[in-house]
Unconditional design. Structure first.
Lengths: 114, 119
């Protein structure tokens, strides 16, 4: 089954404690991205990756890092989480240039930073 | 920069009735894609329908159809024969198409419309 998986699905942590949210897709997609969703703001892109070892900032990258060492994985790293990073996070992937351009979303990760 | 506006924060409709959700966008691009995503209480993002800007024909998917007005930069979603399972947050989204035919990949979302279908 074609899918995007994220782990963990729920996480409660404290300010300053480094954490990683993993994202994996099994569709051989080149393009992957991270979004955060906040009430009244919709979804906003954090970072994206066009392919292995190619990443770039989205609209709200401050406080986040990413890496793309393998095509299937695109982890989101919070080096020193703060309460304003409490949010719902989505990973998404697409086969850019294939003509479909539909983004497939993971199930989301609910993060609470105390 | 592109922006997407959904002017209806909340809407409700009776089961089996028809409802239209509004979306307008602002862009200087000529080639792009537009999407409607559904987010039920489970929080999963589910693609409802997509429209390529170069296509004049409005997209349809079963009970869902769009009214795409490129000159007016309007992209409304019509849900016919509304069902209780249609209760969800609906997001309109824009994605720029880059030169080689692919997409830039950055979805620009509106703030969403919360739709409630009442029995």
């Amino acid at each position: 089954e074609a899918q995007v998986t994220q782990n963990p699905r729920y996480l409660i942590t404290v300010t300053g404690k480094k954490l990683t949210v993993t994202c994996s897709q099994n569709m051989n997609h080149e393009y992957m991205s991270w979004y955060r969703q906040d009430p009244g703001l919709g979804l906003r892109q954090i970072y994206y990756s066009m392919n292995v070892e190619v990443t770039d900032k989205g609209d709200v990258p401050e406080g986040y890092k990413v890496s793309r060492k393998e095509k299937r994985n695109f982890p989101l790293i919070l080096e020193s989480p703060s309460p304003n990073q409490t949010s719902l996070y989505f990973c998404a992937s697409t086969s850019a240039g294939s003509g479909t351009d539909t983004q497939y979303f993971g199930p989301g990760t609910r993060l609470t930073v105390l | 920069a592109q922006t997407v506006t959904q002017s209806q924060p909340e809407m409700s409709v009776q089961e089996a009735e028809t409802v239209t959700l509004s979306c307008t966008y602002d862009t200087s691009e000529n080639n792009y894609y537009l999407f409607w995503y559904k987010q039920p209480p489970s929080r999963q993002m589910i693609l409802v329908i997509r429209q390529e800007a170069y296509k004049q024909q409005n997209a349809t998917e079963n009970r869902f159809s769009v009214n795409f007005q490129k000159a007016a930069k309007s992209f409304s979603l019509k849900i016919s024969d509304s069902q209780l399972g249609d209760t969800a947050m609906y997001f309109c989204a824009f994605m720029k198409q880059i030169n080689y035919g692919g997409s830039q990949g950055n979805l620009i979302f509106g703030k969403g419309t919360k739709l409630s279908v009442k029995p």
